[in-house]
Write a protein that binds this ligand. Structure first.
Ligand code: ATP
Length: 434
């Protein structure tokens, strides 16, 4: 097990083009990040894996894409205008701002060493804006702080416009925004981030059973995409820490270098959200039960995970340092489906570019995420690919010209095998299906 630090992850991300501080050339933008070529590929793999897992199971789950801007009425009904805030406190000396539940107010300010605090105030976490050009008729709107509400307000639309029947789920991947008081730990707590949320609608009497089922399924998802099972734990919320809407809540936690922290939340939200939106909009959001011949408001099981927090978790989990023939190596042991690059094509000599490039182009055409690298010694090229988690390297050598074979080298076992060039696509497909 590696003892990787946050600094090592940040440095790798910048060095190899996974993630950069946003607006870096203007001094940086706190709590906001941009993703480079490898980061963009890896995020897409994470989202694809999630969508496939959520929609490919036994229970029916459909997708939707909601808007980011929402009118004030939505956020009033959901309780966010009133209650989506964190307690904030400022140091009167150095003016540094903290989340009051993050520090010990009995002690001095960790920044300047003085102990002069303001009163604790509630800080609204939603970004507010206005729609329309005329000040007097402008409408207040908010950037969504979670994707879930778009699912609740479209519940009836989806139910009546598609062939789904209760029980079923609606899943969504999209941006969310929170004006976090103290964004920190890199991608762990950001102001602009992306969420993958699923709301599963069921009869009230089925809710406990589905809650238990989804907790287990969600844990299995993280294991399926390669996270070390021993670093994952499930933690049930105590009654006093539960969100106002939740009947029960379990977090999937991961053991980060800064301790076990929430990776995903799974909650039985009861019928709170649909009832609130029915009340505030005046629209009937209940469904008819054919068996009992009466109407009811469905219960909802929610699962919610941040793309960026999962991205960071995967990097922490995959980061390893080992030694090969006396030489240190940094290797990202990412699951092949998550790794940004699946295969690298390495010609042993620049003279071999014709055949090697042909293989590279063929794989690209088939949609394989592939890199071509002809620079430096073969050892150096392996190290470059190990560092970004590429599971397979194919070396094209002088024999390849005549025998149409290449040598494939496995990132983790370091095993090398000679295979026919024609067999390369199938070989890659098998590794991706692991
Ligand atoms: P926390 O207690 O850490 O503030 P929360 O309980 O408010 O989080 P939820 O509202 O349950 O978080 O959000 C669901 C998921 O979205 C989290 O488990 C996390 O993966 C992700 N997430 C929430 N806030 C952030 C953020 N500021 N930056 C990155 N990811 C986030």
């Amino acid at each position: 097990m590696s003892n990787v630090t946050l600094e090592q992850i940040v440095s790798l991300c910048k060095r190899r083009g996974f993630a950069y501080q946003s607006s870096e050339i203007y001094g940086g933008f706190n709590g906001v990040y941009d993703f480079g070529p490898l980061g963009a590929l890896m995020r897409r793999n994470i989202k694809d894996a999630w969508v496939q897992y959520m929609t490919g199971g036994k229970d029916e789950v459909v997708l939707m894409d909601g808007s980011i801007l929402g009118p004030e009425s939505v956020w009033q009904a959901s309780g966010h205008v009133e209650g989506f805030s964190d307690p904030m406190v400022d140091c009167l000396e150095c003016k540094k701002r903290y989340r009051a539940d993050d520090i010990n107010l009995e002690k001095a300010c960790p920044h300047c060493g003085n102990k002069k605090w303001t009163d604790i105030r509630e800080f609204q976490l939603m970004f507010k804006t206005e729609l329309g050009s005329l000040a007097e008729s402008a409408t207040t709107a908010y950037l969504r702080p979670e994707t879930a509400q778009a699912i609740f307000i479209n519940f009836k639309n989806v139910l009546t416009s598609s062939r789904v029947k209760i029980p079923f789920g609606i899943a969504q991947v999209g941006k969310a925004f929170r004006n976090e008081i103290t964004p920190k730990q890199f991608l762990f707590r950001m102001r602009e981030f992306e969420q993958m949320e699923m709301e599963f609608f069921c009869k009230p009497e089925q809710a406990d059973e589905f809650f238990t089922k989804w907790v287990e399924l969600r844990k299995q998802f993280f294991i399926a995409i390669g996270i070390t099972p021993e670093k994952i734990r499930l933690r049930e919320h105590e009654a006093d820490e539960m969100a106002h809407y939740a009947k029960c809540c379990t977090d999937v936690e991961y053991e980060f270098p800064f301790g076990f922290k929430e990776l995903e939340g799974i909650a039985n939200r009861g019928n709170f959200d649909l009832s609130q939106h029915a009340k505030h909009s005046g629209k009937d959001l209940s469904v008819y039960n054919d068996e009992t011949k009466d109407s009811y408001v469905p219960y909802v099981i929610e699962s919610s995970v941040g793309v960026d927090r999962l991205f960071l978790t995967l990097l922490f989990d995959a980061y390893h340092e080992d030694e090969i023939e006396g030489e240190k190596r940094l290797v990202l042991r990412l699951h092949p489906r998550i790794a940004p690059i699946t295969a690298a094509i390495l010609p042993l000599s620049k003279k071999l570019s014709e055949g090697a490039e042909k293989l590279y182009r063929e794989l690209k055409k088939k949609g394989v995420s592939v890199q071509y690298d002809a620079a430096g010694s073969i050892g150096k090229r392996y190290r470059r690919q190990d560092e970004i988690g590429t599971p397979l390297c194919f070396t094209y050598d002088f024999d390849s010209v005549d025998d149409n074979n290449v040598t494939v080298r496995d990132r983790d076992t370091l095993k090398q095998e000679r295979i026919a060039i024609d067999a390369v696509p199938d070989y890659i497909a098998k590794v991706l299906a692991r």
